[in-house]
Design a protein around this ligand. Structure first.
Ligand code: ADP
Ligand code: ZN
Ligand code: ZN
Length: 726
């Protein structure tokens, strides 16, 4: 039996659900829990996190391999984050090693040194003057490194192992010079600037939140964009910082703008560490390090920042809590919003969830008194709520999806100096290309989906698998030259409006127009300054951008949301319309909202227009309650993917047999709504039941399901609390 101090259990970033035991060789310090180690795994070395120091192992001692390298002297994953990761692994039934790797920047996962000191090397003059050909014969690796340095000027950590080994030799010959730079991504704190005087409602919210500092309390802060929620966050955060504790702020990817960062920085006078996908790997590591060391007062980031290290955490804020981007949709499928609640409870701190259009989950939590609702009634400085109406898409002339009524209203708002915001669900020029002679439709060869026409890029594009194809000149089915673009996309609307509104500055905001770094910011800036008069956009527009000059907001086609396959379709639609509507109106002048639809009598739309989001939410939630859907019951979705449709269904049929259990309803297996995607056949099995029952079932049966021999021929994945059923 190995000596108890000499063994560690390591979680590796692999899809296996158990830890791996290793021996700690003599002379190596004892790795603390949460530190990273490099260990042999199969035929390679892998970086893992120490999760336990077991006394015994199921593996016979003779077969235990030694830890190769201890990478941290202190835990990279501190006890709080470790606890959260363990909870997440259990709740989402996902391998702990993969959960832990979500909690670390890529460089740490690759084994880089955690300190933000980055070493880099450049050539001395002597090094640069070496005869490379001669050197290549003697020492090809050295020549390779010098050639690389001649080309790039310098190389910095981490170097590939084969080059790293050469560095000491070349340094000794004075061919290489090492420089150490401290990476300080976090600018020093300035004096905090005072904010505006708070409204009565804001002051009440701040008082309520700050009186909960030091214990767990959950708040739902309700208010449209521009109603002053961020002011409430900032003032509450300031009180938290003044009490010597730190703040974690989570936002949807798209609303993490330089403006917001700047506002947090200057208003709080705080050092802010960031965590989001726009940072380079080195920046991410450096920011992570400043969070870990406590050099930052505030950690601000998107989804995975919920796992960021925040010593002396005092307050958590989740802005736009209803936003779907808080749920990771592949791999480790977790909800950052839900994990933030768990973290707040574990660390005994208050948490504020903010939204104009709370998720039904949040509303239900308020009903059950698990969250306290705080409300900001209207946009700052706006006296009247916008007036909204439905416009029938079947009446009057339509051009590129814009009715003459809407076009007229746009003209009057533009003449009055207002800005117009048009929301549409689809990017691209038109959803599809159709043959008017034979009905042929351009479809993706790998998915059950139409290709989207992107005329300006001169191609067809599948939005589901990224497949690209050229635009056919004639119908491949009947050879006729009768291909027509059908439906509306952002590009097509932009094109039409440019013709119909000559001289008006129009901009588009979608994933295509904002692909390059900074372009989203530029478009929004120009809209904020009032230069862009008409802004056409997809979902991106419906997120928390504050555009005070908008007086007319329109949803071009509400109908997709009315009859969507997903049980959340109407919730989403109500959220989008409300978010879009919240953008319109300023000062004394009431804003205007137009929703175009072919179903102007639809009860959800009517109620939304006349009574607003709360009324619709109450209606829809009643339906959810009586039908037994979330948030009243919980879901677990099993997905199977295989190259053969039969295999995907077969494994789920067997899974169903394993999972049958009292109090749990099982739907399926059935082909997924998009049965084929990227050439793979997809099927799903849906479990409905109480959270407790589902968790108990998964704990006892999941192992058996995953080890079904049929699971070899299909990729099986599990989604606890799925937000989309596809
Ligand atoms: P939200 O986060 O709800 O979108 P913000 O907090 O960003 O709202 O407020 C919108 C705008 O109104 C900002 O420019 C902000 O500075 C301003 N603002 C917020 N609260 C007040 C207030 N009490 N008095 C004056 N201006 C305010
Ligand atoms: Zn045809
Ligand atoms: Zn495709």
């Amino acid at each position: 039996m190995p000596d108890m101090r000499r063994m560690v259990r390591v979680a590796l970033d692999v899809p296996l659900r158990h830890g791996f035991d290793y021996l700690v060789p003599d002379g190596m310090g004892v790795p603390v829990i949460g530190s990273r180690v490099r260990v042999p795994f199969g035929r390679r070395n892998a970086v893992g996190v120490v999760i336990a120091r077991p006394k015994t192992s199921e593996v016979p001692e003779a077969r235990l391999k030694p830890v190769r390298e201890l990478l941290d002297s202190q835990a990279a994953i501190g006890p709080e984050v470790m606890k959260l990761c363990r909870f997440a692994a259990q709740y989402y039934h996902h391998p702990l090693g993969e959960v832990l790797s979500t909690a670390m920047p890529l460089k740490l996962r690759q084994g880089a040194a955690p300190d933000a000191l980055v070493r880099s090397w450049h050539l001395t003059r002597e090094g640069a003057e070496q005869d490379l050909d001669a050197l290549k014969r003697r020492a090809p690796r050295q020549a390779e490194l010098i050639r690389l340095l001649l080309a790039t000027g310098e190389v910095s950590e981490p170097l590939p192992a084969r080059l790293k080994r050469l560095v000491p030799t070349l340094e000794k010959r004075a061919w290489l010079l090492c420089e150490q730079r401290v990476v300080t991504p976090v600018p020093p704190a300035q004096a905090a600037s005072p904010g505006p005087e708070l409204s009565r409602e804001q002051a009440t919210a701040v008082r309520t939140i700050t009186s909960a500092l030091g214990r767990f309390a959950g708040f739902l802060l309700r208010g449209v964009t521009g109603s002053g929620k961020t002011e409430v966050y900032l003032q509450s955060a300031r009180a938290c910082l003044a009490a010597g504790r730190r703040v974690l702020i989570l936002v949807p990817e798209i609303s993490l703008t330089p403006q917001l960062v700047e506002r947090v920085r200057t208003r709080l006078g705080a050092r802010v560490a960031l965590s989001h996908s726009g940072l380079t790997d080195s920046e991410r590591l450096a920011h992570w390090r400043s969070a870990k060391d406590g050099a930052a007062d505030v950690v601000l980031g998107t989804r995975s920042a919920v796992f960021a290290p925040v010593p002396d955490l005092g307050l958590i804020i989740v802005d736009e809590e209803h936003d779907a981007s808080f749920k990771q949709q592949d791999g480790f499928r977790y909800s950052a919003r839900d994990m933030a609640l768990v973290r707040a409870r574990d660390e005994a701190v208050p948490i504020v969830l903010g939204s104009a259009t709370p998720s039904f989950e949040a509303l239900h939590q308020v009903e059950e008194s698990r969250l306290d609702a705080l409300r900001l009634p209207r946009r700052v400085g706006v006296a009247k709520p916008p007036s909204a109406r439905l416009v029938d898409l079947r009446q009057g002339r339509l051009e590129a999806g814009v009715t003459t009524i809407l076009l007229d209203r746009m003209r009057s708002h533009l003449i009055a100096g207002g800005q117009v915001l048009l929301f549409i669900n689809r990017r691209g020029f038109a959803p599809c290309l159709l043959c008017e002679s034979c009905g042929w439709r351009a479809e993706c060869s790998r998915c059950d989906a139409a290709l989207t026409l992107h005329r300006s890029a001169g191609r067809m594009h599948c939005h589901h698998c990224d497949h690209r194809a050229s635009i056919p000149l004639q119908c491949p089915e009947c050879d006729a030259h009768t291909l027509a673009a059908v439906g509306q996309g952002t590009q097509r609307i932009e094109e039409t409006l440019t013709r119909r509104l000559p001289g008006v500055a129009i901009a588009r905001l979608d994933r295509d127009s904002t692909r390059s770094r900074g372009s989203l910011e530029r478009t929004l800036d120009s809209a904020r300054r009032g230069e862009t008069k008409v802004l056409i956009g997809t979902q991106m527009l419906a997120k928390g951008h504050h555009l005070p000059g908008v007086t007319l907001a329109a949803v071009l086609d509400a109908d997709q949301g009315l009859f969507g396959l997903d049980f959340r379709a109407q919730e989403r639609l109500a959220q989008i319309i409300t978010q879009v509507a919240g953008r319109s109106g300023r000062g004394e002048q009431a804003g205007e909202v137009i929703v175009q639809t072919r179903f102007p009598d639809h009860p959800t739309l009517r109620r939304l227009i006349t009574e607003g989001y709360d009324a619709v939410a109450a209606d829809l939630m009643e339906v959810r309650r009586s039908d037994g859907w979330p948030p009243f019951e919980r879901l677990v979705l099993f997905r199977a993917e295989a190259s053969d449709a039969k295999d995907a269904l077969a494994v789920l049929r067997l899974a169903r047999a394993e999972l049958e259990s009292a109090g749990i309803e099982i739907l399926g297996p059935a082909p997924a709504p998009m049965a084929r995607r990227a050439g793979r056949h997809r099927a799903q099995l849906l479990l409905i039941g109480s959270r407790g029952r589902l968790q108990t079932l998964l704990r006892s049966r999941l192992e058996a399901v995953l080890s079904l021999p049929a699971a070899q021929r299909a990729r099986l994945s599990i989604d606890v609390d799925p937000i989309e059923l596809f």
